[in-house]
Design a protein around this ligand. Structure first.
Ligand code: SF4
Length: 331
């Protein structure tokens, strides 16, 4: 009998929901297509359904000629101020509107960088240097800005400043990619704080990311035999959930849709968790959950959420098969 634990919160985060709504709203105002500057979010199914509504991902470069009555949309990860100016000019030239779906949590990080940059601070940003969000954020720094991806790069930076005492007296601001691993941020803030007396720390991991990591961590501590992480392999916050799960003796499957589930691997499990990244839809999670219930005979389900984060239930099942984690399991 497999106990299926639905680890909340699930469904789109506010930033992803807002980006999709923005795309649809701007489309309702123009007769032509809407072009998003790169993938709007990391969810192929959603991007495919937006295509059907004439909302297309586009690599917008100098050769791009938007047709009349079309619009361009900046995606949830944001862009550099320089690119924003360039897109503004492009839209102005072609008489098409430019809409902005940058997540407010990302815009908040950009505002911090802009503010401290004007005061001459240097920046340390924890995150993936190749990620669109980090590339966009770096554009706001007019002072030196270094991206530290992981513990080895953090140690490398610390060893460099060790041999350069002048570097330790510089004013630094520490920030993070919005979807960073919470533990990495805390470790890095501690180690850097010991070496850089003038360090100002802004934990800019967004609440949606933090909630999912904390809730998953709690669930993993209860001892899960297996965990299905729903979300894209290109989604940074989804991959942080996968990395977190790998720290526990739990079998982990990262899938985007139910066609990827191998049910024969799951029959022998005692407990199976399901969690999802912030760009996986509630419907997607519901489909996978129902497929698990159907294909794992005698399975039963409970919900798990982190009590400390005041989460409201985000899913409702018409089948009514999900119960509170305190309830007696149903056979
Ligand atoms: S994960 Fe966080 S930063 Fe990214 S879109 Fe969602 S709310 Fe915004």
């Amino acid at each position: 009998m497999v106990k299926i634990i639905l680890i909340e919160p699930i469904g789109f985060c506010p930033g992803v929901r807002r980006a999709i709504e923005k795309a649809k709203k701007i489309k309702s105002k123009v007769q032509g297509s809407v072009y998003t500057d790169g993938p709007l979010i990391h969810n192929q199914q959603v991007l495919q359904s937006l295509k059907n509504e004439h909302i297309f991902e586009k690599k917008i470069d100098i050769s791009f000629q938007p047709e009349s009555r079309s619009a361009i949309l900046i995606r949830a990860h944001g862009i550099t101020p320089e690119r924003r100016r360039w897109l503004n000019t492009l839209c102005h030239t072609h008489h098409c509107p430019l809409a902005d779906a940058t997540c407010p949590d990302v815009a908040h990080i950009a505002a911090i960088i802009r503010r401290y940059s004007r005061k001459g601070f240097h920046f340390l940003i924890l995150g993936n240097p190749d990620h669109a969000e980090i590339m966009g954020l770096k554009g706001y720094a007019e002072t030196p800005c270094l991206v530290l991806q992981d513990i080895p790069t953090l140690h490398h930076f610390l060893s460099q400043i060790e041999t350069n005492p002048n570097a330790t007296s510089l004013p630094y601001v520490l920030l993070s990619q919005s979807t960073l691993d919470v533990d990495f941020f805390e470790k890095a803030a501690q180690r850097l704080g010991k070496r850089l007396p003038q360090l100002i720390v802004h934990n800019t991991i967004c609440p949606a990311t933090r909630q999912r990591q904390l809730s998953l961590q709690q669930a993993l501590k209860t001892g899960l035999d297996g965990l299905i992480v729903i979300g894209s392999k290109h989604s940074h916050n989804t991959q942080q959930l996968v990395t977190l799960a790998h720290k526990f003796p739990t079998a982990v499957w990262n899938i985007e849709h139910m066609g990827e589930i191998n049910f024969s691997e799951l029959h022998a499990l005692g407990t199976l968790g399901i969690c999802s990244g912030t760009s996986a839809s509630e419907q997607n999670v519901q489909e996978i959950y129902l497929a698990l219930r159907k294909n794992l005979p005698k399975s039963y389900a409970v919900r798990h959420h982190d009590e400390g984060t005041n989460l409201r239930p985000t899913i409702s099942y018409s089948s009514g098969q999900i119960s509170s984690s305190q309830n007696t399991p149903k056979a």
